[in-house]
Design a protein around this ligand. Structure first.
Ligand SMILES: *Cc1c(COP(=O)(O)O)cnc(C)c1O
Length: 379
């Protein structure tokens, strides 16, 4: 069945709309965009397809099958895990081709850009999003220029370089890296996982997979690490797609976890503010979750509040403890991924009811930070 790109881009602030079949990453006024697209689900057809995220074909805004750029990503395991005396379900998203959940967004965004004839992109990230975009650009034969902070792990930088992307390191905060990428985006195409709403059209498949794996039911609570919100905002889009299609009948509570070293969303939530304020960047072992001024902060606060969720903050030592515990249980994750685990433990202790169905996720692979992990485990 051919997918017709009848969706539109919708400006977050002005509500202006633009057709989905014209390449753009922001509104005419420089505004953030969302996507309005009608996702359809046929449970039988979905079940008959291979175990990857393109099984939700009619819910993904890429027109033709021939345009799909894939590395076989998605349908990651949802494993039972006992944490702080509560059985939760853990989505094992470090098992993606590039070693992080970002491939959900990259496969959809790069497929879409390739289908529109884009031949060159620029992207910035703390490492994982860039590594993922670089891999999918290599697969799609698209030129890729990447900006990373000086602090990005060497394994991630090597991964990006190996896929043939050009790399520029930027001093200062995560925001400084984004600004450097924006400067060159004028003669290229900005394939940002923060700005481009097609990225969220990919990360939304997290929600589809979790609900399918739970027998097409939504959990009560989903606990996610939050930096720029590429995962949480996607999950929110996906849950709303499922609601709109009548597949699920309630929205789970969304719980955002941040590190004390960088907690702009948590701070704004605590203070009852409508938008986030940037925080002073500090050194953290959770380098992948250090967005000090998340561009979509307002939307993140809205989705936490609307679902009756909350924000949780964890300390550097709680992250290290969670990391060591996960390694000892056989999950070799990167330190950033331990933020959600530490947050889930805190949520279970302070908020969870006995029969609450909780889902969390392991977002990135330990292979990206093996030396750093060895140091933490040794102490
Ligand atoms: C990107 C990332 C996150 C969270 O970032 P969001 O933009 O908020 O989704 C968490 N963990 C890892 C390993 C990541 O790469």
């Amino acid at each position: 069945m051919a997918i017709v790109l009848t969706g539109t881009y919708v400006s977050v602030n002005s509500g202006a709309t633009y057709p989905l079949n014209e390449p753009r990453w922001c509104g005419d006024d420089g505004d953030l965009l969302d996507v309005d697209f009608n996702a359809a689900f046929d449970k039988e057809i979905i079940a008959s397809r291979p175990a990857n995220l393109w099984r939700y074909r009619e819910a993904l805004p890429v027109a033709n099958d021939a345009e799909i750029i894939t590395l076989g990503e998605g349908m990651t395991p949802l494993l039972n895990l006992d944490l702080s005396g509560h059985r939760i379900r853990m989505k094992v998203d470090y098992l993606f081709p590039s070693g992080s959940y970002k491939d959900r967004g990259s496969t959809v965004l790069i497929s879409y850009l390739k289908s529109l004839g884009i031949s060159k992109v620029v992207q910035d990230s703390s490492g994982n999003a860039a590594a993922s975009i670089a891999q999918y650009c290599a697969r799609a034969d698209i030129d890729c220029e990447i900006f990373v902070p000086e602090t990005a792990s060497s394994a991630k930088v090597r991964q990006i370089a190996a896929c043939g992307a050009s790399i520029t390191k930027v001093a200062g905060s995560r925001e400084a890296t984004a600004e450097a990428a924006l400067d060159v985006a004028e003669d290229s195409f900005y394939a940002s996982h923060v700005w481009h709403p097609l990225f969220f059209q990919g990360t939304k498949t997290f929600a589809y997979e979790v609900c399918e794996q739970m027998g097409w039911q939504a959990p009560d609570t989903i606990i996610l690490p939050v930096s720029n919100g590429a995962l949480m905002l996607g999950v929110y889009v996906g849950l709303n797609d499922l609601m709109k299609a009548g597949v699920i009948d309630k929205l789970p509570k969304l719980i955002a976890v941040q590190t004390e070293s960088c907690a702009p969303v948590y701070n704004a939530f605590q203070e009852g503010k409508a938008d986030v304020e940037s925080v002073e960047p500090q050194v953290t072992i959770a380098e992948g979750i250090a967005a000090n001024a998340p561009r979509r902060g307002k939307q993140l606060l809205e989705c936490v509040r609307e679902t009756g969720g909350t924000c949780i903050v964890v300390s550097e030592s709680e992250i290290k403890t969670a990391l060591v515990e996960m390694c000892q249980m056989g999950f070799f994750i990167e330190p950033t991924a331990a933020v959600a685990v530490a947050g889930a433990k805190k949520y279970i202790r302070n908020h969870a009811t006995d029969d609450e169905k909780i889902v969390s996720t392991l977002t990135g692979s330990g292979l990206k930070a093996a030396e750093q992990i060895a140091g933490i485990v040794a102490r």
